[in-house]
Design a protein around this ligand. Sequence first.
Ligand code: CP
Ligand code: NVA
Length: 323
Amino acid sequence: MTTPSPRQVRHFLRDDDLTSAEQAAVLDLADAMKRDPYAYRPLEGPRTVALLFDKPSTRTRVSFAVGVSELGGHPLVIDAQGSQLGRGEPVEDTARVLERQVAAVVWRTFAQARLETMAAAGGVPVVNALTDTYHPCQVLADLQTVRERKGSLAGTTLTYFGDGANNMAHSYLLGCALAGMHVRIAAPDGYRPEAGVLSRAEDIARGTGASITVTGDAAAAADGADVLATDVWTSMGQEDQADQRAAPFRDYAVDERALAAAAPGAIVLHCLPAHRGEEIAASVIDGPNSAVWDQAENRRHAQKALLHFLLAGGTAPAAGREG
Ligand code: CP
Ligand code: NVA
């Protein structure tokens, strides 16, 4: 009898850490968990999941904490300023300490490289709870929301307006390409996606039937879109650029005009927090096409499914009550 090899540790550092098929399986599981929130108990014990925050958070913190509890586990929320990580303790040392205490590490931080270091040094799954470059848990929840509202993902068109170089734009490029969607990024000069992320999205799109468009023409990008998405013009960590960012983004607001150009019944997404009257009109975010509250709720279901998948070494259980 051969000794089974140890299970590979799976991480979710960026959207394309899941294949297209794995993304679909996680979304199916998320739907099942939404229907029956207490049916899945992979963290029974309870096993602990560390939730580390180097930046502020409301939705991510709450949805992971509640989600881990619903999975039978214990969420341990650690803010940077209350930990040695925040005082400069090496990420590698933190990873070695955490892997002996917790089942998984969920981390919101600045540079993507810090997250990669944590994943390489520790022996438990590491999940990106937002970095400067990606916000993949948000896009999983957004895909669940689009699927609920539109019935399918492949072939639908999502237009993202605003900062094309931020974490949400990058994650929409990769996550929507994996789902076979048509992704349009409408962004001003100087705020277009990083070349490496764009070429990776184009590679993925060739295999899934997706398409990628980056344009400065906001009106053309809105035309016939099924989903209009936006995000803040100034992300966390960029506060000193807020004044210079307002003018270039003014033509990229999701307003009544953009909505009128979109497909009939288009839905509107914003990961929140939102600034009414800046990147999104109050009448749009608070109007009938807005799906933002479902989107915020779906963070919990999508992340629970993701954690279950990662804790099982990269397999999703069949939908239905366990145990
Ligand atoms: N959308 C999102 O990640 O929200 P928080 O910053 O409140 O976690
Ligand atoms: N792009 C935003 C997303 C907030 C959830 C930021 O990084 O601040």
